[in-house]
Design a protein around this ligand. Structure first.
Ligand code: 4AD
Ligand code: MG
Length: 466
């Protein structure tokens, strides 16, 4: 099969005088005395291609009938010739010779007949919303960013590791996991007996993973530079515009690397992705800048050019305490930074992306490297304006005795973590890594405000349709 050029390819080729075949969906139809103008979009880019049909063709009965049934959303195949466009806004258009209606979209029923729809309404028709400019643009940017992530790491000698989705350990050391079982829980609930996990599929309790980190660390201790990029699951009941129950995470891990190397990698990574979006998704970014978040493009350009600000958690708390801002949660040393605090720090104090380091050990995961002060760990979060945390990471505790001691303090059962502790028993190295939430990155780059709008089929509390 030879693939026809897409509308994106045709518009960039400007192959005037060539016969062309257009296949796509009608966006608008406009009739004047002389001609019928049909805007067709195939999703390959934001732009439609204008197809012009001479009114005289309507004398043909079947063409006239086709035109009548052509409405927004209908799929068509158009044969014609690419010609220079006399109208503004496009260099070329298609002079139609033949038009075929492939699939109708009756205007009295098609939900996207109207031009403007609220994002809330579109969320209820997730199977159709990608036919709008906004969601198609998000899909294209998402695609380009996924590819850029692989390019970034592959260019720097990182190996892509597939970590498991099903796990028996809780990577972050704190609840909120989805349980996976093959037991018939309805039957069990009827019988009223205690659950015997020995009879479950894995012979023990199993879950959907919250992070690929612990597994990717094993490969890090052999391949030196690795990353995982896959779906992760969190059952926390946070019904916010920043949380999903199923989201994608990118987690690089570097052997022989300390916190500063980690921060340098995270900074370069974000700047690389933003620069790629500006360069390769220019049309979509311009659309977001115009329609979704005025000033977006300029703010993205600033990110590429300037270094990220950096401060310790202790300094951050001092800033918050000194601010006199009206926070819902009063900040104090030892508190977990709330999104309102993060936004304040990055928007009001740093005026751009901010790396906060050295958090109290009590509010961070067990595997983080303990600092000399005995109170903090070598953690780093990257915060950005508009929604706060986009990256969370740390140097890892690579000293067996200190890691075991920390696990004991936290009351963690060490038995399921023996394989993880082996990494510290044999050829242990200092190592560091972080996790970037893919959808948070997309919020940042597209200017969209609700995380449910940057993933095709969002999973959130009471939301798993489609
Ligand atoms: O800070 P988190 O929990 O870090 C980890 O999972 C580490 N194991 C990462 C590592 O060091 N390898 O999550 C990392 C990032 C957050 O900064 C955020 O961007 C995103 O994942 N994230 C979520 N995104 C959407 N919905 C949620 N419920 C998210 N929870 C975290
Ligand atoms: Mg975090």
């Amino acid at each position: 099969m030879t693939l026809l050029p897409t509308i994106k390819q045709l518009l960039s080729m400007e192959a005037v005088g060539q016969p062309v075949i257009i296949r796509g969906w009608v966006r608008t139809k406009r009739e004047t005395k002389q001609a019928i103008f049909i805007e067709v979009n195939d999703g390959s880019c934001l732009s439609n291609i204008q197809c012009v049909l001479d009114s005289s063709l309507e004398k043909n009965q079947s063409i006239a009938e086709t035109i009548l049934r052509l409405s927004t959303g209908a799929s068509v195949e158009i044969h014609g010739e690419l010609v220079p466009s006399p109208a503004k806004g496009q260099k070329v258009e298609v002079k139609c010779q033949q038009i075929k209606l492939i699939g109708e979209a009756p205007s009295e029923r098609y939900p996207l007949q109207k031009k403007a729809h609220s994002l809330e309404f579109l969320r209820e028709i997730a199977h159709l919303r990608v036919r709008t400019n906004t969601f198609a643009a998000v899909a294209r940017v998402r695609n380009r960013m996924a590819f850029a992530i692989h390019q970034f790491f592959q260019e720097r000698g990182f190996y892509y590791i597939h970590t498991p989705i099903i796990t028996t350990s809780d990577a972050e050391g704190a609840g909120a996991m989805f349980q996976v079982t093959s037991l018939d829980i309805e039957e069990l609930s009827k019988s009223g007996t205690l659950i015997d996990y020995d009879k479950d599929f894995f012979g023990r309790k199993a879950f959907l993973t919250v992070s690929g980190q612990l597994n990717v660390e094993t490969y890090c201790q052999a391949l030196s530079r690795v990353y995982t990029f896959g779906p992760t699951f969190r059952a926390e009941n946070s019904n916010t515009t920043r949380h999903l129950a199923e989201f994608w995470m990118i987690e690089p891990e570097m052997a022989f690397a300390h916190l500063d190397d980690n921060i340098a990698l995270a900074t370069e990574f974000i700047q690389y992705l933003v620069a790629t979006a500006i360069r390769d998704c220019a049309e979509d970014v311009a659309f977001f800048d115009q329609r979704i978040q005025p000033g977006l493009r300029e703010s993205l350009e600033r990110i590429v050019q300037s270094s990220f600000a950096r401060m310790s958690y202790t300094e951050a708390i001092r800033e918050l305490e000194a601010s006199n801002a009206n926070f819902e949660f009063k900040p104090y040393w030892g508190c977990d930074l709330q999104s309102e605090h993060e936004k304040f720090l990055t928007e009001k104090v740093a005026g751009g992306p901010l790396v906060v380091t050295d958090y109290p050990k009590e509010i961070k995961a067990f595997y983080m490297k303990q600092n000399e002060d005995g109170k903090t760990v070598a953690a780093m979060d990257v915060l950005v304006p508009r929604f706060g945390e986009i990256i969370g990471g740390s140097e890892r505790e690579w000293r067996l005795d200190l890691l075991e001691k920390r696990m004991e303090e936290l009351g963690l059962d060490k038995e399921p973590y023996q394989w993880y502790l082996d990494l510290r028993r044999y050829g242990s190295t200092p190592h560091s890594g972080f996790g970037l939430g893919f959808e948070r990155l997309l919020l940042y780059i597209t200017g969209m405000t609700n995380i449910r709008d940057v993933i095709p089929f969002p999973r959130a509390p009471r939301q798993a349709d489609f």
